[in-house]
Design a protein. Sequence first.
Length: 134
Amino acid sequence: ASRYALTQNINLINSTSLSKNTMYVNDNWRNHTYSPNILFNQDIEYTFGKYKLGLGFTYRDKMYIDIENEHSIDNAISLNAYAQADFDKITMSVRMNNITNNQNFCGAVVGASDKMMYLVDIPFNLWFDVRYKF
């Protein structure tokens, strides 16, 4: 991930992958399975003293799930937020993931009779973390 300081207290944190992965199958060029062309993670973080607030956006382009590229999973979007407090020996944080509660698919298989069966990403969730430094 790359971190860019916009001001003394505001940072952009970016992790992006752009790719075009192909393979030659049955006399045709095909996209790799589970290999989206775009993965984009962007956070904006505000730091003040021992505290951080952040807002994150994730985008994943559509992915093919079979070698023939006949079946795919649509793109996925997620909005996340976090807050963190750092003290001498304790760090506490809370994270809200998938704030918009999108039903994003992270995987799928093609079953009998060409029927799609999906794996679904986690819906909206809260994550709490307390770390102690010995």
